[in-house]
Design a protein around this ligand. Structure first.
Ligand code: ADP
Length: 505
């Protein structure tokens, strides 16, 4: 039975709430926003057809309180709730509470969230579906002694991971036995603080791996499709920084095996909704199951750009009980897309969050550019939530064009008012190894020069300078190929390579 959704409550804030509302508008669906006291003038509140305050700034008293959100849904007559990502999006109790109140949860059934949200349960399910896995445990570790003896058997390095983990928290790489006790303690207490659950498990640590994930969509009638892969190997402290689709590394045979494994797992657990199966892939294209995310991912736009599919629309149609409107054979990879995550954080101070008010901003536009954000000049980035400012996405008919467009767009991007990671992103985008697609999850850690380019060109390895020069415009050649004086070098490298134009203040 299909049920047309007329009004959706978006149980989230920031760019993702705005992004979901845009699809609702496209579909003629009314929107209901919920907001905390810190978000009274937030864009998602201004954009919604109706908006309701659900409590004070702390998310534990507002965006995480399922009962308040359900109450607003009932009061406003919203028949469905979209949870976005983060907050309640992977909480089985929320999906259950929606069902109990006759509200459509635009995500999977509570059982799927329970099963795939817990990393140990997910590993068990993946093993059952014969999906290859990183060697490791199927049960939480009892204590550090058990960790020690397992690590000895597996061989170092190993990774201690929180069973309830997410966002790279509660994770510690251990290189040798002497470090395991303190790492165990720190990972466990970090996990306890972040997730209220300090249990850990152990995996063999893959030193030079890529993070490649498969986007899937399954309806309630047993039909499922994949929407290819996203490569998310550019990470800092196990958190994604730049993502792209398709992966510049996968060959078609591996792609076929990975997508087949992802869909097999979904079938096995009777999954419905959109979801992502994350894998690590080694240099020989062997792939290993990492985890499943039972929600829309932050980086979903790169998939939308290369497939032309609106994943939020797909979530709504699946939630309505429709059959998937797309067949696998309809889907093709069209070109390439890159996404950069812009954060209010200070790269010179260990990437500390740097909230504040946006005094002014110059937003890039032009061919192939998509900008997903909820900020505007005068808007505040509150201290209470994730300090992401925006996602900038570019599309090109091939990877090179997508990257060049991203370089151009990021060079136009300016934000005044607080520290941000724009300069850091630019240095990565111009790194020749990134351009060649030679990336892996420790790429940023292994290239400390990435921290320096925006401040000064001095001391950079020659290949970085060569990479920068490669994008130099013909008419500005003299400026870069000539000898740089010290005072020139401390000016933005963008000016030196002639890409600055008049936008840069
Ligand atoms: P979280 O849910 O906290 O994001 P994941 O299991 O998805 O944790 O892993 C996040 C990142 O940590 C991966 O993308 C990868 O960079 C790194 N990682 C996780 N497990 C391993 C492993 N066994 N070997 C090497 N790197 C790993």
């Amino acid at each position: 039975m299909t049920k047309k959704i007329k009004k959706i409550l978006i149980a989230n804030r920031g760019e993702i709430a705005v992004r979901i509302m845009r699809t609702c508008r496209d579909l003629g669906i009314k929107t209901v926003a919920v907001f905390s006291e810190a978000d009274r003038v937030a864009l998602h509140v201004q954009m919604a057809d109706e908006a309701y305050c659900i409590g004070p700034e702390a998310s534990s008293e507002s965006y995480l309180v399922a009962s308040k959100i359900i109450e607003v849904a009932k009061k406003s007559g919203a028949c469905a709730i979209h949870p976005g990502y983060g907050f309640l999006s992977e909480k089985a109790h929320f999906s259950k509470a929606c069902a109990e109140n006759g509200i459509i949860f635009l995500g999977p059934k509570p059982k799927s969230i329970e099963q795939m949200g817990d990393k140990i349960e997910a590993r068990i399910a993946a093993a059952k579906a014969k999906v290859p896995m990183v060697p490791g445990t199927q049960e939480p570790l009892k204590d550090v002694d058990e960790a020690k003896s397992l690590a000895k058997r597996m061989g170092y390095p190993i990774l201690l991971k929180a069973t309830a983990g997410g966002g790279g928290k509660g994770m510690r790489v251990v290189e040798k036995e002497g470090d395991i006790a303190s790492a165990f303690e720190r990972a466990s207490s970090e996990a306890l603080k972040a997730f209220g659950d300090g249990q850990l498990y152990i995996e063999k640590y893959l030193k030079k791996a890529r993070h490649i994930e498969i986007q899937v969509a399954c309806d309630m009638h047993g039909n499922s499709i994949h929407l290819f892969e996203r490569e998310c190997s550019l990470q800092r402290r196990h958190q994604k920084v730049i993502e792209e689709a398709p992966s510049p590394f996968l060959n078609q045979a591996t792609r076929d095996k990975m997508t087949e494994a992802a869909l097999r797992l979904c079938k096995d657990v009777n999954y419905s909704g959109v979801g992502t199966i994350e894998f690590l892939v080694d240099e020989e294209q062997n792939f290993y199951f990492l985890e499943m995310n039972t929600r829309l991912q932050v980086e979903h736009p790169v998939t939308e750009m290369i497939t032309g599919v609106d994943l939020v629309e797909l979530q709504i149609r699946i939630g309505e009980g429709e059959k998937l409107p797309i067949k696998q054979s309809d889907l093709k990879i069209n070109g390439a897309a890159v996404e950069c995550r812009l954060y209010a954080e200070d790269p010179e101070n260990n990437f500390m969050p740097s909230p504040g008010t946006i005094h002014w901003m110059t937003i890039p536009e032009g061919p192939g550019v998509r900008h997903d954000t909820a900020v505007y000049p005068g808007a505040a980035i509150p201290i209470y939530y994730d300090p992401m400012i925006a996602k900038l996405i570019t599309w090109g008919s091939n990877r090179n064009q997508a990257i060049v467009r991203m370089q151009r767009a990021m060079q136009e991007y300016e934000i005044g008012g607080f520290k941000n990671n724009i300069g850091f992103l630019r240095t990565i985008l111009f790194h020749p190894e990134f351009h060649r697609g030679n990336i892996y999850t420790r790429f940023i850690e292994d290239h400390p020069e990435l921290m320096k380019v925006e401040k000064s060109l001095e001391g950079l390895p020659p290949e970085v300078l060569v990479g920068i020069a490669a994008f130099m415009r013909e008419e500005n050649k003299n400026q870069t190929s000539g000898v740089q004086t010290k005072s020139e070098a401390v000016v933005s490298p963008w000016k030196l390579i002639g890409l600055t134009g008049s936008l840069r203040k």
